[in-house]
Design a protein around this ligand. Structure first.
Ligand code: SF4
Length: 453
């Protein structure tokens, strides 16, 4: 099925894009096994552009699809656990959790069962297909690699209170582009699913299911008022919603690079390796190679919301072998590799709103800077317009695509911003305007050296 414009892309809602059909696979929690990984690589090779993109919700996208993915292939994907068994809810936003759930040495609770439970609930309640496709849910287990600061409609953030684990409920209210706000409601872990069901039911009660453009949950919360909305949620529950002003809040720490490289798991003797995917892209042959590595040495592959991936459950004595094989595949595991902090939105190859070819420019910049030795990761973000879909927080360096005309020709250029917490502007402090791409690499090198970012 090829979707119209009102639906977000999904495995069953392939969407036309400038470079062909785009198919997005929802991967709840971003976790796939080697069989699933091989199957996706095969489809990208046979039907798409020979590569797969990891999105900032840890979905997978196959682009440039020019030959039909028929129902036989879709059924095979469903049979191996990819693609929702209820196609009606396939387009609803992926469920996010920390990519280190269940292996993080400091997490308070393993959030994988909560992801699974909400995914099952969606699949078995067809009425939920009327939810906004952007109805987004996140579970944070309070470990080292946190996802609290990601943009989601609903966040359950684990906290420890007198030795017991609870979740604090956060909801997306107020201005667009802000992480969800703490409602101060403290929930027992078993209460997460009933409250999600109630939040969804209140949403459906107020939404016009005949209108293809569904309201965002944030808009509804802003219209009804958060308190009013929560009162209606309470009416659907068999337990009271308790607020606590004094209990610990979930900490929001920027952990976007802490998963790259080799890290011990909570399981003694086992490690995970965070692999850098330049701009979230992986070739199908690399994906096949990683599937083989996961099958031979580890167990699974986990996609991250920072558009990289982890290979998990690697025994200590196999770490060097696995790292060597990752290098042979042409991939990297260093957080100070310039590609590890590079982010770009779709750019003008995939989005009509983009002033520039952000992805090609970002890769060309990475090539120019590859010999530069970084002391710590640097986050460089290319965005094709002000909307900044690929990254909502400030980057160390933001490059905003703009156009200007010379002799009736459109020139692609960038405004350059440096992170500045004192700046009220969302990208930070503007350093330069209208820098053309040929001028950009040398300028960025100068900025990195001058500002010792
Ligand atoms: S940031 Fe703008 S240009 Fe880039 S993908 Fe989003 S809407 Fe398109």
């Amino acid at each position: 099925m090829v979707s119209g414009f009102a639906t977000c892309p999904g495995l069953f809602y392939a969407t036309p894009a400038e470079d062909g059909i785009l198919s997005r696979m929802r991967i709840p929690g971003g976790m796939i096994n080697s069989e699933q990984c091989r199957a996706i690589a095969e489809i990208a090779e046979l039907h798409g552009g020979g590569y797969v993109d990891v999105t900032n919700r840890a979905n997978l996208q196959i682009r440039e699809i020019r030959t039909l993915i028929d129902s036989k292939v879709l059924n095979r994907l469903q049979n191996i656990g990819l693609g929702c068994c209820n196609t009606d809810v396939d387009q609803i936003r992926n469920i996010m959790t920390s990519p280190t759930a269940g292996i993080d040495s400091q997490e308070l609770i393993d959030t994988r069962p909560f992801v699974q439970a909400w995914d099952n609930y969606l699949a078995t309640h067809p009425a939920l297909s009327a939810l906004s496709a952007k109805f987004s849910v996140c579970f944070d287990g309070g470990g080292i690699v946190q996802v609290c600061d990601r943009l989601n409609d609903i966040l359950f953030a684990a906290v420890l209170v007198d030795g017991d684990v609870y979740f604090r409920l956060h909801l997306s209210v107020g201005a667009k582009g802000q992480p969800p706000s703490d409602t101060k409601i403290l929930l027992l872990p078993n209460d997460c699913l009933p409250i999600l069901a109630a939040l969804a039911d209140v949403y459906l009660n107020h939404s016009d299911i005949n209108n293809q453009r569904r309201l965002r949950l944030r808009d509804l919360l802003n219209t009804l008022g958060c308190e009013n909305y929560l009162q209606q949620v309470q009416q659907r529950l068999t337990f009271p919603l308790n607020r606590s002003e004094t209990c610990p809040t979930a900490q929001r720490i920027d952990t976007k690079y802490q998963h790259i490289g080799i890290h011990p798991q909570r399981q003694k003797g086992l490690f995970y390796i965070g692999v850098v995917l330049p701009l979230g892209r992986i070739e199908s042959r690399q994906m096949q190679g990683l599937a083989d590595l996961a099958a031979k040495y580890g167990s699974e592959i986990r996609l991250t919301p920072w558009q990289n991936l982890l290979l998990t459950d690697i025994p200590q004595q196999k770490l060097i072998d696995v790292q060597n094989e990752i290098t042979i595949l042409g991939l990297n595991t260093s957080a100070t590799n310039i590609k590890s902090g590079l982010v770009a939105c779709s750019g003008n190859k995939g989005c009509a709103a983009s002033a520039t070819d952000t992805k090609s420019h970002a890769l060309a910049l990475a090539k120019y800077l590859e010999s530069l030795t970084l002391e710590h990761p640097i986050n460089i973000h290319f965005t094709g317009c002000q909307k900044s879909c690929a990254q909502h927080s400030q980057s160390d360096i933001t490059l905003l695509g703009v156009n200007f005309e010379v002799d009736n020709q459109t020139v692609e250029a960038y405004h350059v911003y440096l992170s500045d917490s004192n700046s009220s502007y969302k990208f930070g402090r503007q350093l330069y305007q209208y820098v053309t791409f040929p001028e950009l690499p040398a300028l960025i090198e100068k900025i990195i050296k001058m500002y010792k970012i």
